[in-house]
Write a protein that binds this ligand. Structure first.
Ligand code: HEM
Length: 118
């Protein structure tokens, strides 16, 4: 999320250190280098053989709620979980900039460090 727009998966970037280009670049190029504890991705294998990966939006004695990379929420009852593991890799994809031209990367970073104007 930035300036009230986007998907609710990772942290809201509006209040992040967005003028700091080195910080932004590091996070975008290597998302797994630094992951805040509340955004660690978990992989859950269920007793019926499904595997889900997502950040943990909620955790109660009865169930965990995962939000996957497409912002889809899934509530999984704890008694249906076979294995749950914290992942060393971020849910945020790598190589996000590879599909962009140099001009698009410049535009993206100027948007990211800007004040929400066009
Ligand atoms: C160009 C697009 C994107 C930019 C500029 C961006 C930027 C960032 C930044 C700066 C952070 C660090 C925030 C902080 O901890 O202070 C972050 C974290 C995160 N982002 Fe993204 N992101 C992008 C795309 C995505 C996408 C597509 C996903 C979907 C899965 C995603 C999911 C996450 C998650 C889960 C975190 C927290 C874990 C971590 O720090 O690696 N991001 N993102």
């Amino acid at each position: 999320m930035l300036f009230g727009e986007g998907g609710k998966v990772g942290p809201d970037l509006t209040g992040a250190d967005r003028k700091n280009r080195e910080y932004l670049l590091t996070q975008v190029i290597d998302p797994s280098a630094v992951i805040r504890p509340e955004y660690v991705a978990y992989s859950v294998q269920t007793r019926d053989g499904r595997t889900l990966v997502g950040v943990m939006a909620e955790s109660t004695p009865d169930a965990v709620t995962l939000v996957d990379a497409k912002a889809q929420r899934t509530v999984i009852a704890r008694d249906r979980i076979d294995v749950m593991k914290a992942s060393p890799t971020s849910l945020m994809p790598e190589k996000l900039l590879d599909a962009l031209t140099d001009q698009q990367i410049c535009d993206l970073f100027s948007y990211l460090s800007g004040d929400g104007g066009p």
